[in-house]
Design a protein around this ligand. Structure first.
Ligand code: DX5
Ligand code: ZN
Length: 217
């Protein structure tokens, strides 16, 4: 299914109200919910561990898309399966054995995603296409929401060509908004992560979602 799916990143949600925030974005038509896991080592920021992700699970009625920005990955795969991740994405840069990691993710019953930092070429996944359900093309250097979009449309086009008729999603993560979304969709992406374009800061007593904005992305 190559229809465009919007995956709000709860990295930009109100951290004291995840349940409400997830309900609000799903009520506004979010197709997937994107959860950014950071370890302060692979990326210079820290977010959620498996216990937090497990607590999100009952609130997510759609697809829980867990993006691991951690190294190593393999010791934690079972914990994120148990936490209820539907899609588990690991970075190709996170270790020497991404092939084994993708096999282990599928072996644990999840869809397997592989993410590419902006500096990593499309060819890095050439031998992984039959092991992966999703390729995440980072359009920022990972670690923080609200960064400026880096144009990776030529990488997206190259990947779409490599993928051919395999059932592999191309996800875009970083700086997606109403201006950049059409560019990446046209290049062949079908899952669009959006953090700061969907959420905004504000008072803590209401879900901080740009409700009318989400479908415009
Ligand atoms: C960045 C994360 C993204 C981030 C996107 O390291 O992987 O998912 O939340 O945020 P925006 O949409 O604000 O660039
Ligand atoms: Zn992400």
């Amino acid at each position: 299914d190559r229809s465009i799916k919007i995956a709000p990143s709860i990295l930009s949600a109100d951290f004291a109200n995840f349940g409400q925030e997830i309900q609000a974005i799903e009520a506004q038509g979010a197709d997937w919910v994107h959860v950014d896991v950071m370890d302060g080592h692979f990326v210079p920021n820290l977010t959620f561990g498996p216990a937090a992700v497990k607590a999100f699970r009952p609130h997510v009625k759609t697809v829980m898309d867990v993006h691991l920005m951690i190294a190593p990955v393999d010791p934690y795969i079972d914990a994120y399966a148990e936490a209820g991740a539907d899609v588990l994405t690991a970075h190709v840069e996170a270790g020497p054995h991404i092939h084994r990691t993708l096999q282990a993710i599928r072996g644990a019953g999840m869809k397997a995603g592989v993410a590419l930092n902006p500096g990593t070429p499309a060819e890095a996944v050439a031998h992984l296409l039959d092991l992966t359900d999703l390729i995440c093309v980072m359009t920022v250097n990972p670690g923080f929401g609200g960064q400026k979009f880096i144009d990776m449309t030529s990488k997206v086009r190259a990947l779409r060509q490599m993928i051919g008729d395999r059932p592999v999603h191309i996800e875009i993560d970083g700086g997606v908004d109403t201006t950049t979304a059409p560019l990446v969709a046209e290049a062949g992406a079908d899952v669009l992560v959006a953090g700061s374009a969907v959420f905004r800061g504000g008072s803590v007593d209401t879900p901080q979602v740009y409700g009318d904005n989400i479908r415009n992305i």
